[in-house]
Design a protein around this ligand. Sequence first.
Ligand code: CMC
Length: 434
Amino acid sequence: MQLSDKKATLSFSDGSAPIEFPVYQGSVGPDVIDIRKLYGQSGMFTYDPGFMSTAACESGITYIDGDKGQLLYRGYPIDQLAQNCDFLDICYLILNGDLPDGAQKTEFDSLVTNHTMVHEQMRIFMQGFRRDAHPMAVLTGLVGALSAFYHDSTDITNPHHRHVSAIRLIAKMPTLVAMAYKHSLGQPYIYPKNDLSYTGNFLHMMFATPCEDYKVNEVVERALDRIFILHADHEQNASTSTVRLCGSSGTNPFAAIAAGVGCLWGPAHGGANEACLQMLEELQANGGVAKVGEFMEKVKDKTSGVRLMGFGHRVYKNYDPRAKLMQETCKEVLSALGLENDPLFKLAMELERIALEDPYFVERKLYPNVDFYSGIVQRAIGIPTSLFTAIFALARTVGWIAQWSEMLSDPDYKIGRPRQLYTGSQVRDVPTQR
Ligand code: CMC
């Protein structure tokens, strides 16, 4: 963080003395006004619900330029990463700051591969969940439960312990997500297979059974790997901020990541991929492309409570670069699986075409986000809708844990403690007779 020559001055209309604040520059992107002394000097807080203008931390991991539609992991553009790397390269990059060389990659891949099994008692823990439990409910419980198994790596002040926890979480997440899926089917859990890639192993744990092996399809493996890459980190979004806030109390990493999983579940965040596919399926069942116009009228009518899921973003005011890559993958997967005429894909393309021309969306700068096409890809691969957000959580785990670790190594780190504008009752006495 570098001090700028600029300073910001806050003046008051009641004649109180103005207050001057330092301004810091990042390497790219907006400067920040350091208001940490505001309360001490003025007795006032700032008010910014939804963090519309607030940088809550300093970070060197991910950068988004929402106006340009640009996403960088450690400085590298997402499209170059998606085309030239696999997911474990991205995990290494996000955790360590640079891409691995050949030897580093071999070592890292083997480290993650050797942590994919979960404690056998996790199976017993699973039995407590109903068969129809939502996978995100199961995942929140399972990830939190990991903290009961790994007491040897929960000294959060020790960078080595933090790294071991990161590897464990990245390695075990696919196993847990696949277990949640198998539980819903009533099928036996499938153990990880170390000669497969990270993504190939996940597909194997999802779709193999003890009676029948699963042959990994390369196009499907590449597509899912790309989904993982595109979801790996996204700077200070709601779930990442949740992980940071939860972790700021000094809790163990598994508890902090479980909090992130819970936050991601919501339909305005990671749950949008599930909600988007449900929207497409409902629209298809109720007339399909012919009814798109009518549906769009509902979306624009604020009293209907209907939103075009997979559209809009707090930061992107241009095409989400992940959505472009996802649309490309969608076409590739549908063609490889002989599903070129998939009606949901056609419907999505038509919704996108209309939305990009409609003044409602144009004026509000609403573009497709990553979730608009990812559901169609996952459905084509055979992943059930209810598992989409769990797959997002699997991929985002590396971002969460890297951001958590970055926070703990920041000398300015403090427990997160927002303040409030209190508008409730003033002090009053409890009536003695009621
Ligand atoms: N459909 C219809 N109208 C919308 C939509 C949408 N999907 N998104 C935003 N708007 C309108 C909104 O009604 C508001 O209109 P007005 O100014 O007339 O009141 C305006 O656009 C600004 O919306 P906002 O809700 O104030 O924007 P936000 O930054 O608070 O919300 C969002 C961002 C992602 C929650 C929102 O765009 C949304 O609900 N989208 C649908 C859900 C979705 O796809 N979420 C996935 C986000 S990407 C994956 C991830 O990172 O989790």
